[in-house]
Each structure stands twice: as C-alpha cells, then as structure tokens.
Design a protein around this ligand. Structure first.
Ligand SMILES: Cc1cc2nc3c(=O)[nH]c(=O)nc-3n(C[C@H](O)[C@H](O)[C@H](O)COP(=O)(O)OP(=O)(O)OC[C@H]3O[C@@H](n4cnc5c(N)ncnc54)[C@H](O)[C@@H]3O)c2cc1C
Length: 501
C-alpha cells in the first residue's frame, strides 16, 4: 500500500464481523478508502452472537446509531448482566452485574467492606449490593441519565438479533459507499516475492484486487489461516466445550433484562430474551455428552415453544497466533473463538476494528505497527480467556466428569495467581488495560464459591455496628429504588415510542 493512493480494502465475509468492519471503516475512512465486501449467500453466516457488554455503546455511538432506531431495527432488549445458575453447584445462582458494587468509602473499595462484613456476620450475599443485580432480578430497567437523582445509573448492554444487526450495519455501510458482492471466494492470490495477498478469485471468473484484506470468513479463516497459514493456538485444554446447539423459542413474559447461563452436566445453556423471541443454546463438550442428549437437554429447558430444530455448530476454542499477518487482518471467528459465556466475541471485533483504525497502515512494510497490534490483541484475548476459565474451574459439582475435569485442570499461571491472591487476601487487581473490572472478578470469584481467608488491613478498624447499618441501608435503598423503576418491557416501549436517547 502506498501513501500516494487511496487504499482499497477488501473485506472477505459478511457476518457480524464483516459488516461491523465495513460500517466502521466506511464511517471513518470516508472518501479516503475504497471498500468492497464479498459474502456468499450460499454459505450464510453463523447467525448467533446476540448478547453484548456495555462497551457496545462506544461502537454504536461512534457510528452515530440512535438507541431507539437500534432497538427497533434489531429487536433488541436491554442487558444488565448475566445470571449464572448452577455453576458453583446445583441449586446455587449468582449474578455478574455490570457496573459498580455497593459504594466505596474513601479509598476502600466496597469489596473490602463487604468482606469485613462477611467475617463479622453483618453482610448478606454480594448481589444485593449491586444495583444492576437488584434491578435485573426485579425485571426493571432505566436508561443512562434517566434515573431519578437519588438513583445510581444502571450500566447496560443489549441483546439483539444477530441477523438483523448485520443487515442494519449493511444498510449503513452501503449507504456510505461500500460495494457488496455476492460471490464465492475460490482462491487467494499472493505476491510471489512478499507473500502479500494481491487478489481474491471469485466464482464466475471474477477477481477482486486490493491493498489490504480483512478476513471475516468465519471459522473457515480462508485468508489468514488458509492462504497465509497462520497457526491456530488450541485452548481446549482450558475451555473444553467444542459444540453448540442453537434454537429460538417463543418470547415469554416478563421480559428479563439479563442473560441467563445455566450449567448443565457437560457445559451450559444460554437464554437471551429478545423482543420477538428468545434465543437459546447449549454449549457442551462432546467428550462428555452425546449430541442427542445435548439436544434433548436444550429442548427440555426452554421457556417457550421451540420455533425451529436445534442448529448444530462445531468449534475449537483458541485463536490464530497472529490476528494480522502480511496485508491481512482477521476479525471475528476467522481470528479465533471463545465461547459466549461473557459475551465477548462482538466486543473483540469492535476493539480490533478501533485499534486497526488507529494504526491503519500507510505501507505494507510496517512491521512495528503489525507487531504492536498483534501483541495487544494476544494480551486482550488471554485476559478474557482467564476470566472464562475461572467460571469453570472453581466449582463444587463433584462426581460429574466434565466438572471434575474442569476443577482439576492445570490453569494458566496468570489465572492461578489471581485466584490465589483472592483466596489468601481478598485482593483483586485487574491487569493493565484488562476488559473485566475488579467488580466483575469479585462477583464471579465470590459467586463460584471462593472464600478469602483475610481482607484488607484498611477495613479492620471500621466499627462493626456502623458497617452493619451501612450495609443494610444500602441494600434497602437499592431494593426500594429498583421497585420504583419501569419494567424492562415498559422501558423498551418508552425508548422506541419516544425515540428517547
Ligand atoms: C454458539 C455461539 C454463540 C455465540 N454467542 C455470542 C454472543 O452471545 N455474543 C457475542 O458477542 N458473540 C457470540 N458469538 C460469536 C459471534 O457469533 C461471532 O463473533 C460473530 O457472529 C461474528 O461471526 P463472523 O462474522 O466472524 O462469522 P460468520 O457469521 O460465520 O460469517 C462468515 C462470513 O464469511 C462468508 N464466507 C465464508 N466463506 C466464504 C467464501 N468461500 N466465499 C464467500 N464468502 C464466504 C460467509 O458467507 C459469511 O458472510 C457466538 C458464537 C457461537 C458459535
């Protein structure tokens, strides 16, 4: 690529990854780039990927998408967090809510106050001090900036229909000049000397040349994995699930403002409520359960009537060793896959696109840019991987072979250190630039059943009676304030009718 000409960018694949890239690049490159997207309707998309995390707001805001239009076009609902049912042991549940836990006092995070309260016997379960958790369980919702002044804002993400989302982004990208071709990519041409990709050969004797290629071809990874041969790092020793079955069912009321993840004998089941239907899926490890049993478990545990047969998806957890090689960047499933336990895949597409936009190459020889990008992406993926593994490895589901394996597997050192630190001292320190917050780590570590042996020395001097009063009035305030909010369905209606926000 040369600085003197407008770069032509070819996006291979039109799932969520392809259209997220096309929408963002066309928005920010404007007339400075020519963008072509190639997708094959004969192949289709993976069609799942419906739960997000709050960072999705950055993406939507950057693209200038009004919330009301987004809800309307993608049948979206609000998401305040994830309820984990049966992960510690059967019968137990906890919530990973977005946003803050309780209220810090001075430099003391709420976690330390709560831990002292646990030792003293004055603190109840952690969830009642997380406003997102309390509102979610009460089925309530209100948008940013709309809370009565005495109510803390809820921090939220969305659930949406993945196919409608890709279609929505497509309209936006095509409106900004992206050229779409429905074609089958049959071969990838490379420059003999540099190894860079020069063109994609398509069916019907067509050929598309480009300066830079974005591989969004899903699990196939046609360009990065296939043509460029970038190896796949297999993480299934830590995240052994390798199959999923997805099935929509009828919408049921009340409309829950959260994702539910229910542990099953060899994996887990998701429930994602949308306006027009509920998305469901069973993620499992085929070494521990047959496909038929997995399907039966899924169908037996739907809230409403199934609207289709379960659709099978196979995967291996892990990532391509480099997301960017030569003049090709992979996004989405072409770059790797981690199961949707914390809804991180679309987020990883988003951060890769925004990082790419910041570093967009002015020449194909910019190894430093590429190396920096790859280093940052690798760290980001490994940090998320550790957080996902935490959910599995700390469990008390003894006697179930899948869960016994997870409890006894050798952990990445980085995760073992985090768990050990919390067990010993109740301390949580998130790594530099890490996605998941200390609140998130705390909720999952406590939820999975880790009981710290100690807590911060700074909390020791706090008066027991005062702490008891502080904790109980905080919980009561959250409870009352949540009850005063609109229901989730009312708030969706309000935003869509009033076109608020
Ligand atoms: C079971 C499951 C559940 C998930 N749940 C979530 C979730 O809740 N939240 C979340 O953030 N993420 C989730 N994900 C991940 C999310 O679905 C993906 O990250 C996202 O959909 C991006 O997919 P993609 O665009 O990379 O691939 P795909 O959707 O598979 O798109 C691939 C594209 O490449 C095209 N293509 C492939 N080969 C060719 C060819 N030869 N010629 C032309 N075109 C070709 C296809 O036509 C298609 O357009 C989930 C994934 C799975 C498997």
């Amino acid at each position: 690529m040369s600085v003197t000409k407008t770069p032509s960018i070819v996006i291979a694949g039109g799932g969520s990854a392809g259209w997220m890239a096309a929408a963002a690049l066309s928005r920010f490159l404007g007339n400075a780039g020519k963008i072509t997207l190639i997708e094959s309707e004969a192949i289709g998309t993976v069609g799942v990927g419906e739960a997000t995390i709050p960072q999705i707001h950055h993406f939507n805001n950057a693209l200038g998408i009004p919330e009301a239009e987004f809800l309307e076009q993608t049948n979206a609902t609000f998401k305040l967090g994830i309820e984990f049912v049966g992960w510690r042991d059967a019968g137990h549940s906890y919530f990973h809510g977005f946003g803050l836990l309780g209220r810090a006092v001075g430099i003391l995070p709420f976690r330390d106050l709560w831990l002292k309260g646990r030792f003293d016997g004055s603190a109840e379960e952690l969830g009642i001090y997380n406003f997102n958790d309390v509102a979610a369980r009460a089925g309530r919702m209100i948008g940013l900036g709309h809370s009565p002044s005495s109510v803390r804002d809820l921090v939220y993400a969305y659930h949406f229909d993945a196919t409608l989302y890709a279609a929505f982004l497509r309209r936006m990208a095509e409106g900004r000049g992206v050229v779409r071709m429905d074609a089958m990519i049959e071969a990838v041409e490379r420059d003999e000397e540099s190894g860079d990709i020069t063109a994609l050969r398509l069916d019907g004797d067509r050929r598309v040349e480009g300066d830079f290629f974005i591989d969004c071809t899903g699990f196939r990874s046609l360009l990065l994995g296939g043509a460029l041969g970038v190896p796949f790092e297999d993480w299934s020793r830590w995240l052994p699930c390798n199959r999923a079955l997805a099935v929509p069912c009828e919408r049921v009321d009340p409309l829950h403002p959260y994702t539910r993840s229910t542990a099953r004998s060899a994996g887990w089941q998701w429930r994602i409520p949308l306006q027009h239907r509920t998305g469901n899926g069973h993620v499992y490890c085929a070494d521990f359960i047959s496909d038929d049993e997995a399907a039966a478990t899924l169908l037996a545990n739907l809230d409403g009537k199934a609207q289709a047969d379960p659709r099978p998806i196979r995967f291996t957890t892990g990532r391509r060793a480099q997301a960017w090689s030569h003049n090709c960047l992979a996004l989405g499933l072409a770059a790797g896959f981690m199961e949707p336990l914390e809804s991180t895949s679309l987020h990883l597409i988003q951060t890769a696109v925004s990082r790419f936009l910041k570093l967009i190459p002015s020449s194909n020889r910019e190894h430093r840019v590429r190396d920096t990008f790859n280093r940052q992406v690798a760290t980001e993926w490994e940090q998320i991987r550790d957080f996902l593994v935490l959910h599995y490895t700390v469990n008390q589901r003894t006697g179930e072979p899948f869960w016994d394996y997870c409890r006894n597997m050798e952990l990445p050192d980085t995760l073992a250190a985090k768990i050990g630190m919390f067990e010993e001292s109740g301390a949580v320190l998130k790594d530099e630039g890490e996605l998941f917050t200390e609140e998130g780590w705390t909720q999952v570590m406590v939820g999975q059943g880790i009981e710290p042996q100690s807590y911060s020395a700074l909390a020791r001097g706090i008066d027991e009676g005062e702490l008891r009063q502080f904790l109980s009035s905080l919980a009561e305030a959250y409870r009352q304030r949540a009850q005063a909010l609109p229901t989730h369905a009312q708030w969706i209606d309000h935003v869509m009718k009033g076109k608020a926000a």
